[in-house]
Design a protein around this ligand. Structure first.
Ligand SMILES: [Zn+2]
Length: 239
């Protein structure tokens, strides 16, 4: 299992093909329909799930089988992105059923979950109440308002901010209103430099980039339930 160090920039959600760079720890979201497998590369970890856009009744069984297989891989550190999309994808019923199946795979493997959610917050919150997950969920690509952010955080969720939203001036007030121990930053395959996102958010939070790295590293340790033995040394740290 590859893990970041406290000096790394962490791009918590991007896609295959993203440029890896020294000093950047990248979490690649593999989607079941792509038919790709995780490969052991330094400074890269994976999440694996069924993206609701690419879910169909006919592909469902083979996609679930792929998630079950991938979840057992130590380089796959979370299940997802999985979730609900009211604008794109199959029926809410198929989305719900497939989400629940993925959640039980996550529980079985003791892994947290990365959430994709578009205009389906009521559905997501209901699912959280019904499933009572033992591991935290991280909502990726967040671009909602303060109230929604606070509501999700109150359910033990982390928020990763949509690259294009977080670099806008209007995002400053939102990010300042949130507990820093609940945030992640991502490029989501956009080609935007994660370092630029860190720079913007460190200015918003009035901390140095190094301090922000430390905050997000600690969030990573917390989200993935890892243990810090000494400062900067993590159980299971390889290479
Ligand atoms: Zn994505």
């Amino acid at each position: 299992m590859n893990l970041p160090g406290p000096e790394d920039y962490i791009d918590i959600h991007t896609h295959d093909g993203a440029v890896t760079d020294p000093g950047i720890f990248t979490v690649i979201s593999l989607m079941a329909h792509e038919g790709k497998q995780p490969v052991n590369i330094k400074s890269v970890a994976y999440t694996f799930g069924i993206h609701p856009w690419f879910l169909t009744e006919s592909a469902h069984n083979s996609q679930i089988a792929a998630v079950i297989k991938a979840a057992a891989d130590p380089s796959v550190i979370a299940v997802g992105e999985a979730g609900f999309d009211r604008l794109k994808g199959p029926s809410p019923d198929l989305q719900r059923r497939t989400f629940e199946e993925q959640m039980s795979v996550a529980e079985e493997h003791n892994k947290p979950v990365v959430i994709h959610c578009v205009r389906a917050w009521d559905e997501l919150l209901k699912a959280h109440k019904r499933l009572k997950p033992s591991k935290p969920w991280m909502v990726h690509g967040f671009r909602g308002n303060k109230d929604l952010a606070a509501q999700l955080i109150s359910k033990n969720m982390f928020l990763s901010f949509w690259f294009d939203f977080i670099i806008r001036p209007e995002a400053t007030e939102l990010i300042k209103s949130l507990p820093a121990e609940r945030i992640f930053l991502e490029t989501d395959g956009s080609g935007v430099d994660i370092k630029d996102i860190y720079r913007k958010v460190s200015t918003d939070l009035e901390v140095t980039v190094d301090k922000l790295k430390e905050i997000i590293y600690k969030n990573f340790i917390e989200y993935f339930n890892l243990k810090i033995i000494n400062h900067g040394v993590t159980r299971g740290f390889t290479e």
